[in-house]
Design a protein around this ligand. Structure first.
Ligand SMILES: Cc1cc2nc3c(=O)[nH]c(=O)nc-3n(C[C@H](O)[C@H](O)[C@H](O)COP(=O)(O)O)c2cc1C
Length: 352
């Protein structure tokens, strides 16, 4: 009911606010006997954590995780796993000046309309900080998927109108924006730094490629694999749209161009993005999401306060001038959770 739980056979529930004591996740349905340690999860946490570079928020969180349950002698027990991270660099007082105002682009107004009150300290649950818990859970799902030969890779393809022209997988983790084209990455970084110096922000596009998924995974009709991935992605703050395969370009294509023809070796193209009828085809699952420009900007903007008075607002503080570099591991995490959940659903269907 309350919207903090995701998944059916591999179920995750996240908790915690941006400037509260801690954030964390409870994961239920993990296969027992999986070799796992905190260091494996920490690798993914370090990719998402704040304070990584000049193009991310300077908030200093080490995001050191602790696995509190569900692990014994280096193996999962099959019982609920709780992973927690303490918030260490909270500055709730930074929000004192704006606590009665609704920041444009933020969930301030909508949370207050829904609950009648809100945690104004850095967006509470609506903060990007909540996604740390998802990345922890996603790391566990990734480990389960490794055994199935499935890999998930996301990367930035566009920032502030600058597009990648090449796809160089080795370059992705070597540039600050996690772009797949190292030359475009340099222009993207310059653009973000320039905008950030002017107190503004920009958005972009992130592509995700899931390889090794067997044909036949997905649950028609309401739980189609593409529908589930779309829900997972749109549940991440700042993601505003998603397309699979040829995506919106399909509108201008002919049926004869868009159909993925087959020969004995498989599909000749992948305009479907690896999913037809909500079920995986065996080809790579490919989708792109659009990431909106960060709402917190120090450009003067117009708003209203909780008393209905018109006000002017400048959002000072520590923010990501572009969310793309830090959202990449979150996208991978949510993709891992969806795919592993659907593998488990398929196993249940076949009564394995
Ligand atoms: C990893 C991550 C980091 C984020 N950092 C910021 C930030 O520094 N400033 C900000 O205004 N929004 C940030 N956001 C986006 C907000 O969480 C989001 O825009 C807000 O909750 C409103 O929700 P919506 O954009 O999905 O409608 C971040 C999101 C993610 C996933």
């Amino acid at each position: 009911m309350a919207g903090s739980t995701f998944g059916e056979r591999l179920k995750v529930t996240t908790f915690g606010e941006s400037h509260g004591e801690a954030v964390g996740v409870i994961i239920d349905g993990i296969t027992p006997g999986l070799e796992l340690d905190e260091a494996y999860v920490q690798i993914q946490m370090d990719r998402r954590k704040p304070g990584q570079s000049s193009v991310t928020t300077p908030r200093r969180e080490y995001d050191k995780i602790r696995i509190l349950s569900g692990l014994f002698e280096g193996r999962t027990t099959g019982t609920p796993m709780c992973i927690m991270l303490n918030n260490t660099d909270m500055r709730p007082s930074a929000y004192d000046d704006i606590k009665s105002m609704y920041r444009p682009g933020h969930a301030d107004l909508t949370y207050e309309k829904k609950y009648g009150l809100r945690d104004y300290r850095g967006s509470g649950r609506a903060s990007g900080r909540e996604t740390a818990a998802r990345v922890a859970a996603g790391a566990v799902a990734r480990k389960l998927l490794e055994r199935r030969g499935v890999s998930v890779l996301a990367y930035t393809t566009e920032v502030g109108g600058i597009r990648c022209e090449t796809f160089e997988p080795d370059a992705i983790e070597r540039n600050l924006v996690r772009a797949c084209d190292p030359v475009a990455a340099r222009s993207m970084i310059e653009r973000i730094e320039q905008l950030s110096a002017n107190g503004d922000s920009c958005g972009g596009i992130v592509e995700c490629r899931i390889s090794g998924v067997a044909a036949g995974i997905g649950e028609p009709v309401f739980d189609k694999l593409d529908a589930e991935l779309a829900k997972a992605m749109l549940s991440i703050g700042a993601i505003k749209g998603i397309e699979f395969g040829a995506g919106f370009q399909a509108a201008a294509m002919l049926g004869s161009e868009h159909n993925d023809q087959m020969d004995r070796t498989g599909f000749l193209t992948n305009n479907a993005g690896g999913i037809i009828g909500g079920i995986s085809t065996g080809a790579d699952i490919v989708f792109r999401v659009v990431v909106k420009p960060t709402s917190s900007i120090s450009v003067l903007q117009q708003t209203v306060d909780m008393y209905g008075k018109e006000r002017e607002i400048v959002t000072e503080g520590r923010h990501d001038p572009c969310i793309c570099p830090r959202i990449v591991p979150v996208i991978e995490a949510m993709a891992c959770l969806v795919i592993e959940d659907h593998y488990k659903r398929q196993a249940a269907l076949l009564d394995e």
